[in-house]
Design a protein around this ligand. Structure first.
Ligand code: DGL
Length: 263
């Protein structure tokens, strides 16, 4: 029997909307509840303990909204918190996300791959394990990008400040011969048009939003939880709803109900 219950998706802010767009494209009839933890963005410079506490609180909130599945649309939250959430909710379909090391290692021709991600993701034991498993002979150069999430949160996807910051992060990667760049934070896909102007055309940009959507669909199908709903989207934010309302048009098309949460 199809389930009309919503899919719960969360991130530190608006970045996870890049993943939500892939979910919407693949499963247009699913009802979606998106939680943007704007009062605590960025997660990338916070301790793993602090992020885990946010993950627990947000997961509990989304389950109160009757979510039938959870998506951690955030690499940093996944690195810190997905294992604990799976322990807490063993029956619940939970999808996390990780930088796309495996496909990038397959795709590179120069043998040098760059990873743009948050400090928290790159420092995590989960990321170290990912490299051990999938990097093989490929040289993987990591680049933390402090400040970039804030540019996307401000809705500045192509202004001079964002351009200068991004150019500074990718310049050393290109100098080392990277031909494949992993966008290891869900805020960064919104910067793809800008990135394309900063890297040579032969450099591939890889992110995992579409793969996450396919994994979610497989899990829902396997459990008979796929929905035939109205495709409504509710967005909760712990920040100022007016600020997110200003940033939304550049990041999402379609109607949204925007609500404030004190979680
Ligand atoms: N969008 C997030 C990620 O994928 C977190 C960014 C942040 O809050 O630092 O890592």
């Amino acid at each position: 029997m199809p389930s009309d219950r919503p899919i719960g998706v969360f991130d530190s802010g608006v970045g996870g909307l890049s993943v939500l767009a892939e979910i919407r494209a693949l499963m247009p009839r699913e009802a979606l509840v998106y939680f943007a933890d704007n009062a605590h963005v960025p997660y990338g410079e916070k301790s793993a303990d602090a992020i885990r506490a946010r993950c627990r609180a947000i997961a509990a909130f989304l389950l109160e909204q009757n979510a039938k599945a959870l998506v951690l649309a955030c690499n940093t939250a996944t690195a810190a918190g997905v294992a604990e959430l799976r322990e807490l909710y063993p029956e619940l379909p939970i999808v996390g996300m990780e930088p796309a090391v495996k496909p990038a290692a397959k795709a590179t021709r120069s043998g040098v791959v760059g990873v743009l991600a948050t400090t928290g993701t790159l420092k995590s034991a989960r990321f170290a394990a990912l490299l051990d498993r999938f990097a093989g002979d490929v040289r993987v150069i990591t680049q933390p990008c402090p400040g970039l999430v804030e540019r996307v949160e401000a809705g500045d996807l192509d202004g001079p400040q964002t351009r200068a910051l991004l150019a500074g992060f990718i310049e050393p990667l290109l100098a080392e011969g990277c031909d494949t760049l992993i966008l290891g934070c869900t805020h960064y896909p919104f910067l793809k048009p800008l990135l394309r102007t900063l890297v040579p055309p032969q450099v591939s940009l890889i992110d995992t939003g579409a793969a996450v959507a396919r994994r979610l669909q497989d899990l829902l199908d396997a459990r008979g939880l796929s929905g035939q709903g109205d495709g409504a989207l509710t967005v909760w934010t712990t920040g100022d709803p007016q600020r997110i309302a200003q940033a939304l048009p550049a990041l999402w098309t379609g109607p949204v109900s925007l609500l404030y949460s004190t979680v």
